[in-house]
Design a protein around this ligand. Structure first.
Ligand code: ASP
Ligand code: MG
Length: 417
């Protein structure tokens, strides 16, 4: 017998048929003898619609009321799934965030979980009842409903799994696991039976959209075993049988648990960034602070940075910001022009960030140089580079995204077959 948190994303509960099919999957898990708690997202598209309503009424709406509105999506699915489970003969009831209670800080719209009172849920689970918890929501110190930020129901599920000391957190979605890269771009991409927390964290933060980044952070910190599975593939109840290649989805685990280690686990891409170049800044101590200080104060997140110094005593600073933050960044830099004394401000939204990720990089040299050579062989120009211990990212013209991803996938020997 295992204690399992099963989480179902928006496409998995998109309509009543899907909800019925989810209910029978849960029933199979219960019949296999497991103790089960369920976390649900809103039906797909619902949260976007609710966010849209708030924005249409007022772009500067009250964040507490925004939370009151957008949290309803998950409440609907938790109730519907509880009904479907009862109809299928499974003892179940819905729980909203405040009923659990899942306590958060007061940052409405992007709250962080502080504590989960899991005792009552556990008691119900022990007596054979399945709690169906509305994901994405909690209760703040002001006693009002909070939400955790978009994609937050993954984090609800992992946090609940940690609080309940569950053996596993199964995240059901519309793909059957984490792939070496986006299978829509590379048909020969393959599913990874296991991936290390650190790798998943880097992949999630550079564009692989399977799991919310914060949920991976939390899983890593609390050592929650997370399994990504498809709710669209009918199969037996997931189990672990020791042979990696027979696991049904992708298991996110400690690095030591991965036997068949690859140097590069995956390749991710993102078109969410824009490039900014501040040209001809007088090259003296303090210039970086003068450029990035005002951006930080304005809460503009800067990612990749490169500085190139010319012979004329000036320097160029090139960096990336989120595309949505570009207008804000331009305004901040224009206002700081007197202090920075730059010659010119250039921006380019048509860029893509391509990243290769793998814990094997810690012990293997040459991963970065393979990347650079592969791109240069395809005449793809690298505009900015950044690295971490287990990741190399480059910025290129977005037109070359697919070409770059395919070439790199082959270059690191990741193509299947
Ligand atoms: N329904 C919320 C969203 O769409 C939370 C989630 O699905 O994870 O962002
Ligand atoms: Mg999601």
């Amino acid at each position: 017998m295992a204690r399992i948190v099963m989480k179902f994303g928006g496409t998995s509960v998109a309509d009543l048929d899907r909800i019925r099919s989810v209910a029978s999957r849960i029933r199979r898990q219960v019949e296999a003898g497991d103790e089960v708690a369920v976390v649900v997202s809103a039906m797909s598209g619902v949260t976007n619609q609710l966010v849209g309503y708030c924005q249409s009424l007022s772009p500067l709406h009250d964040a507490r009321e925004y939370d009151a509105v957008v949290a309803t999506g998950e409440q609907v699915t938790s109730g519907l799934l509880a009904i479907a489970l009862q109809t299928a003969g499974v003892d179940a009831r819905s729980w909203s965030g405040w009923q659990v209670a899942l306590r958060t800080d007061g940052a409405h719209g992007k709250a962080r979980i502080e504590a989960i009172e899991g005792e009552r849920l556990l008691a119900r689970m022990r007596s054979g009842q399945v709690p169906v918890v509305a994901g994405f929501q909690g209760i703040g110190p002001d006693n009002r409903v909070t939400t955790l930020g978009r994609g937050g129901s993954d984090t609800s599920a992992v946090a609940l799994a940690a609080a309940l000391k569950a053996d596993r957190c199964d995240i059901y979605t519309d793909v059957d696991g984490v792939y070496t890269t986006d299978p829509r771009i590379v048909r020969r991409a393959r599913r990874l039976p296991k991936i290390a927390y650190e790798e998943m964290l880097e992949l999630a933060s550079v564009g692989a959209k399977v799991l919310q980044t914060r949920s991976v952070e939390l899983a890593m910190k609390e050592r929650v075993r997370v399994q990504v599975l498809s709710s669209f593939v009918d199969g037996p109840v997931p189990f672990e049988n020791g042979t990696d290649s027979l696991l049904p989805g992708t298991m996110v685990v400690d690095e030591d648990e991965i036997v068949e280690k690859e140097i590069v686990a995956g390749i991710a891409y993102s078109r969410d960034d824009a490039k900014v170049t501040v040209r001809k800044v007088p090259d003296r101590p303090g210039v970086a602070a003068a450029v990035f200080g005002p951006l930080a104060e304005a809460h503009v997140n800067v990612d990749m940075i490169v500085q190139s110094t010319g012979a004329d005593g000036t320097t160029d600073m090139t960096f990336t910001v989120g595309k949505a933050e570009l207008p804000h960044a331009i305004a901040v830099l224009a206002a700081a022009r007197g202090d920075i004394q730059y010659g010119e401000l250039l921006t380019d939204p048509d860029v893509a960030k391509i990243s290769v990720v793998g814990v094997g990089m810690r012990s293997h040299a040459g991963v970065a140089s393979t990347m650079f050579r592969t791109l240069s062989d395809r005449s793809i120009n690298i505009q900015v580079i950044s690295t971490s211990e287990i990741k190399v990212s480059v910025l290129i013209a977005s037109d070359y995204t697919e070409l770059a991803v395919r070439a790199l996938h082959s270059a690191y020997g990741l193509d299947v077959g």
